[in-house]
Ligand binder design. Structure first.
Ligand code: SAM
Ligand code: SF4
Length: 338
């Protein structure tokens, strides 16, 4: 599927729940905490059907996200079904975004030593893990939960499980974690993980999105260069996303920056659509347009009609996000799927 601006869409990010066991201040506003009901949420079968149609239209990569995807009962069986699609060649790449808190647990169905191992056995290739700080008190303050110890155990479980790629995602926040970046870099190097710094995006209605918390990727890079020496751009190094990678002098370690707010080329190579847990197909995270696929599904649409719906949404994909144009946050990130 190709949109009006030459973006080829091959990546679907699927949010399976708007619920989470953490309360990150940039993602989930304290003032509004209402969850979609079970009926409003797509069933596993509905999600799989959408994914099968998506795959027939050229979706090759799926990343399962949320909320915290591992909190939804039945998610491991869902991953098994996605892994089977991958084994049949319908998908090339299967990943998860997670806060890692549940990765070290024993799976409820007893299959596998840890949830992380169970995911790898199902065919999940990549894990993106959120980690904004290694300081326990700051972690608690940002996420609303004192879970750092669990998260670090989850990261170790992920490493042991043998994912092909594990990335750490750190949201940059002025005066909150701006002095913690060096420690995160050391940790990522020791654990051999790829660390990316992400600019705070205005996707939720909370006091956290105040200008005073915004710490740009450019400024973070400058600060790091004052300590580490000049970072060498590595435009040749590409993952399937908008990060720009740099090499740290001496160690050769790579770090990434994801600057949705300050990188004006951010949207050029976008290949993504999002499916929210309540069945909205969303062509862009940074635009309020979303289209109700749930209603179409529940009104008895055929696969051909679902495919037409996909094509129509792709045709409406904007040239770029609207974050810089007085974008007014409406939906919580936790409800869209990060
Ligand atoms: N619960 C999982 C996690 O935390 O990784 C998956 C869902 S979370 C919404 C996905 C990613 O979105 C996380 O890396 C999180 O840091 C990021 N995120 C959430 N709100 C954000 C915001 N306002 N700006 C930038 N990134 C945000
Ligand atoms: Fe939950 Fe992830 Fe949002 Fe934090 S960023 S509240 S862990 S969904």
């Amino acid at each position: 599927m190709e949109d009006r601006y030459g973006h080829f869409i091959s990546y679907l990010r699927v949010s399976v729940t708007d619920r989470c066991n953490e309360r990150c201040r940039y993602c989930m506003p304290e003032e509004v905490q209402e969850w979609a009901s079970k009926d409003e949420t797509l069933s596993w079968d509905e999600m799989l059907r959408v994914l099968r149609v998506g795959a027939s239209l050229g979706i090759r990569k799926v990343r399962v996200t949320g909320g915290e995807p591992l909190t939804r009962p039945g998610v491991l069986d869902f991953f098994d079904a996605l892994g089977e699609m991958r084994a049949r060649g319908e998908l090339n790449d299967l990943g998860i975004s997670t806060n890692a808190t549940l990765l070290p647990n024993k799976p409820r169905d007893g299959k596998g030593a840890t949830v992380a191992a169970r995911l790898v056995a199902a065919g999940v290739r990549t894990a993106n893990i959120s980690l904004d700080t290694l300081d326990r008190e700051t972690y608690h303050r940002v996420t609303g939960r004192d879970f750092l110890v669990r998260v670090l155990a989850g990261i170790d479980a992920a490493r042991e499980a043998g994912f092909e790629s594990i990335k750490l995602n750190c949201v940059l926040m002025r005066a909150i974690n701006e002095d913690h970046l060096g420690e995160l870099i050391d940790y990522a190097r020791e654990k051999d993980l790829l660390l990316r710094f992400i600019e705070l995006m205005p996707v939720t209605t909370t006091e956290m999105l105040d200008e005073s918390n915004f710490f740009s990727a450019g400024l973070a890079k400058k600060r790091l260069e004052e300590k580490l020496g000049p970072l060498t751009p590595r435009p040749d190094y590409k993952t399937n996303g908008p990060a720009s990678y740099y090499e740290i002098p001496g160690s050769g370690q790579l770090i990434g920056f994801i600057g949705a707010m300050t990188n004006f080329h951010f949207c050029e190579s976008c290949n993504k659509l999002r499916l929210t847990s309540d069945g909205k197909l969303r062509p862009c995270l940074g635009s309020h347009h979303e289209f109700d696929l749930r209603e179409v599904l529940r009104n008895g649409a055929t696969d051909v009609e679902i495919a037409a719906f996909f094509r129509d949404v792709v045709a409406r994909k904007p040239k770029e996000h609207e974050f810089r144009e007085n974008y007014v946050p409406a939906r919580r990130m936790v409800a869209i799927g990060g």
